[in-house]
Design a protein around this ligand. Structure first.
Ligand code: FES
Ligand code: FES
Length: 161
């Protein structure tokens, strides 16, 4: 029998201590241990981007990271970004532009889009598509998603003195 391993990390600003099996991935830890089910699991092998979260400020695919590798890390999920208001304008733009249908890809898409917008103030449509190219959407055709990200970038620039 495999022994569980103690881990301690920060998730959405709160300290979490747990015992996990070494093979448990971070996506399943977030969903099943912490009930943070906004992190979705699609392909489970690093292709679809549905499981995207932030770890120490960088976006990663949580299906490819073991929970034990997140020991001592700071993790932010879609719940954290949403509750803090950090992506409220981006979420509103997704709603207005109909940039989601079933919503399965949306948490990962929002986190990836916010990652781009925190790095670049004026990404053009090609750059937005490139940055989101690792996030699959089976419903929207991507056009409305790019519209929403572009509109959010524009509004943030207008708000910046
Ligand atoms: S579930 Fe992680 S990339 Fe698809
Ligand atoms: S809205 Fe359905 S997968 Fe993107």
């Amino acid at each position: 029998m495999t022994a569980s391993v103690p881990i301690s990390l920060e998730v959405n600003g709160e300290r979490v201590d747990a015992h996990v099996l070494p093979r448990l991935n971070l996506a399943d830890f977030l969903r099943e241990h912490l009930q943070l089910t906004g992190t979705h699991v699609g392909c489970e092998h690093g292709v679809c981007g549905a499981c995207t979260v932030r770890v120490n400020g960088d976006i990663i695919r949580s299906c490819l990271m073991l929970a034990v590798q997140a020991h001592d890390a700071s993790v932010q999920t879609i719940e954290g970004l949403s509750d803090s208001g950090e992506i409220a304008d981006l979420q509103a733009a997704f709603r207005v532009r109909n940039a989601l249908q079933c919503g399965f890809c949306t948490p990962g898409m929002l986190i990836a889009a916010q990652d781009l917008l925190t790095q670049e103030a004026e990404p053009d449509r090609a750059r937005i598509r490139e940055h989101l190219s690792g996030n699959y959407c089976r419903c929207t055709g991507y056009h409305a998603i790019v519209d929403a990200v572009e509109a959010t970038a524009r509004r943030r620039r207008e708000r910046t003195p």
